[in-house]
Design a protein around this ligand. Structure first.
Ligand SMILES: Cc1ncc(C[n+]2csc(CCOP(=O)(O)OP(=O)(O)O)c2C)c(N)n1
Ligand SMILES: [Mg+2]
Length: 218
């Protein structure tokens, strides 16, 4: 059997006592804790507390970090959407191509004479605002107006046909729109083929001024 040195036994005992509250820490021997007055409960705390140094107070910046107002939990989700707004903003900065009808196209040509302007109109719709062609000349605009002339309100004509209803007021007699355009001071040509239209369109954009191209649909 191995002998445990006496001083180790003593140290072990002292540590056990210290850890368990030191009920019999006075002598280090096996004396039971019967010593009269001192309550066994009050005593033990002293050495334990004394052996553990009081925690140092937090530095002021740690206190500030711990006590500051925190951002709400949903803030990160919201902030992560910020790039989306930046993206939409950038899209909005890019000039968009405009698609407008007769009078609005004339307005666009008035607004910016440096940009090419092309208006595409139907013969029926064109008649609604045909007087704007006079205003266009008065404003000295540069633009090309293409008239799709199918002699009437074709969309409404088809609507009648779809329900086998008799057509009413949809066959407009547009006898000579190009003559009307010339009457307002526009350069005007009539075309009936794709080739003729391509040539007329290219020529119209080559020259400044107000150009009218009537595509006569048979
Ligand atoms: C100010 C106005 N009035 C009436 C209408 C109803 N409407 C819709 S299409 C159409 C006919 C348009 O005819 P046209 O411009 O020749 O085009 P198509 O259908 O023949 O291609 C009309 C009168 C409208 N849209 N706007
Ligand atoms: Mg029409």
């Amino acid at each position: 059997m191995t002998e445990i040195p006496e001083h180790l036994l003593k140290r072990s005992k002292e540590r056990r006592e210290a850890a368990s509250g030191g009920a019999s820490s006075d002598s280090g021997t096996s004396t039971p804790a019967t010593t009269s007055t001192a309550p066994a409960v009050a005593k033990p705390t002293t050495p334990v507390v004394a052996s553990t140094p009081a925690p140092k107070p937090d530095p002021i910046y740690v206190v500030a970090a711990k006590t500051r107002r925190k951002i709400p939990f949903w803030a990160m989700a919201t902030l992560s959407l910020l790039p989306l707004w930046a993206f939409l903003y950038l899209i909005a900065l890019k000039p968009q191509e405009k698609e407008v009808e007769g009078p609005m196209a004339i307005g666009a040509a008035v607004a910016d004479s440096t940009k090419p302007v092309l208006a595409i109109v139907g013969d029926g719709g064109w008649l609604f605002t045909v007087a704007e062609m006079a205003a266009a000349i008065d404003e000295g605009i540069n633009m090309v107006m293409v008239l799709w002339d199918n002699r009437g309100y074709a969309q409404i004509r088809e609507s009648f046909d779809d329900v086998q209803a008799p057509r009413m007021g949809v066959d407009v007699s547009s006898h000579d729109p190009s003559a009307i355009a010339r009457g307002f001071g526009w350069n005007a040509v009539d075309v009936t083929t794709i080739e003729a239209f391509s040539t007329a369109l290219a020529a119209a954009f080559e020259h400044r001024g107000a150009h009218f191209i009537r595509i006569s649909v048979s």
